[in-house]
Design a protein around this ligand. Structure first.
Ligand code: AMP
Length: 113
């Protein structure tokens, strides 16, 4: 099992601004926000990255997306928002624990950098 800074947040070994939690998922504010609202949604299961998930994670993946929707409603992101998963080196992933970025409260350009 890999351990990362997000594992430490799950176990409350380091502080985080947690905005949502249930049995399977945790959501907390990004420490280096790229938008006025920037929240990370993570599984409690230590999946390293999307490409290392398995068929057994199908329901969990759906749960994470529905958690994004729930947190976006909680944060009143009624003008829309962006959901990002950085996967691996070319994806720009820096923490080896799967996470979904929820970005909102500003207009998002396209294409992404
Ligand atoms: P990524 O580059 O997709 O792997 O995203 C990792 C994100 O984790 C970055 O946006 C970081 O700012 C964020 N991050 C790293 N450490 C922490 C922390 N202790 N609390 C909250 N967010 C963090």
């Amino acid at each position: 099992m890999t351990d990362t800074i997000f594992g430490k947040i799950i176990r409350r070994e380091i502080p985080a601004d947690i905005v949502y939690e249930d049995d399977l998922a945790l959501a907390f504010r990004d420490v280096n926000p790229q938008a006025p609202t920037h929240i990370l949604i993570i599984p409690k299961k230590p999946i390293v990255r999307l490409s290392e998930s398995s068929q057994a994670d199908t329901a969990l993946m759906g749960h994470l997306l529905m958690t994004v929707k729930k947190v976006a409603e909680q944060e009143n992101l009624s003008n829309g928002y962006r959901v990002v998963i950085n996967n691996g080196t070319h994806g720009g992933q820096t923490v080896d624990h799967l996470h979904l970025h929820l970005l909102g409260d500003r207009f998002m350009g396209w294409p992404p950098g």
